[in-house]
Ligand binder design. Structure first.
Ligand SMILES: [Zn+2]
Length: 270
């Protein structure tokens, strides 16, 4: 049979040719596509007219980062340039009965991040709790005791229940995935009613102090009555390079002026 090119050999040759076509470089048109709709197209290599750096960021865009126990969306909206090298994240609330941070979320909509910063806003890390006006998620778990750092099983049946195991809740898992992928320089998480910026195990105490001053809030240590277990900021600061920071408003709704002051501090203080 040596040297005989039967039908199977012909098929093999055709497949090989198809593979060559598939492995060929993608036409260059795809390479010069602008990074977002409306962005100026990059200049051709060697062009004497380099594309000017745009000063107005594209429209915000929203993605779903997960679902709650009851199937509600956890959403994240990006403001600023998607190519900006520095990331800041704001989480409006983690406890459903502490909605003050939503006023900061609203204030951020009318502010523009610095050109080197992309801002990601997660209005609610606990949409089921928010819908019910309740601290815990729909499974009765305190999400701020459910993160996989210094987690202990505690508080079953109370409003600070840890959950059956670390990161057992879909909301926790979604935030862990999202923050691990984004690796923010700064993540601010809003709570109530202790009124202050948390210095407990602060990753960068001087930066926390500058933020507190700019926000017009006192710097305080919120130690969860001794040691914090399974908190979002504790996990963030043990796991990610950037700083996670708890900010507590008082028991009432902050004024629009205060919310704007806090929002500006998040965007500008370094
Ligand atoms: Zn809280």
């Amino acid at each position: 049979m040596a040297g005989h090119r039967g039908p199977l050999a012909a098929v093999g040759a055709a497949l090989a040719a198809a593979v060559v076509v598939l492995l060929s470089p993608v036409p260059s048109a795809a390479v010069t596509e602008p990074p977002w709709p409306g962005a100026p197209a990059p200049s051709a290599p060697g062009s004497l007219h380099p594309t000017p750096t745009p000063t107005t960021p594209p429209a915000p865009s929203t993605v779903e980062i997960g679902r709650s126990r009851q199937g509600r969306q956890l959403l994240a909206t990006r403001y600023g340039f998607p190519t900006a090298p520095r990331t800041v994240v704001v989480i409006g609330l983690l406890h459903g009965d502490e909605p003050a941070g939503l006023k900061v979320v609203a204030a951020l909509r009318s502010l523009t991040p610095p050109t080197d910063t992309q801002l990601w806003v997660v209005p609610s890390g606990n949409p089921d709790g928010l819908a019910a006006g309740r601290r815990t998620n729909a499974a009765g778990v305190d999400l701020n005791r459910n993160f996989p750092n210094s987690w202990v099983y505690a508080g079953r049946g109370t409003s600070t229940y840890s959950g059956p195991k670390a990161a057992s809740e879909p909301e926790t898992a979604a935030l862990v995935r999202f923050l691990s992928a984004r690796r923010p320089a700064l993540t601010v998480i809003f709570h109530q009613p202790l009124y202050g910026v948390d210095s407990y195990h602060a990753k960068n105490p001087a930066w926390a102090q500058r933020l507190a001053t700019a926000m017009g809030l006192p710097l305080k240590s919120f130690s969860c009555g001794g040691t914090c277990h399974g908190t979002l900021t504790g996990w963030h600061n043990a796991t990610l390079p950037g700083m996670g920071l708890t900010v507590e408003f008082g028991s009432g709704t902050p004024s629009s002026a205060k919310a704007t002051q806090v929002a500006k501090a998040v965007l500008t203080v370094r």
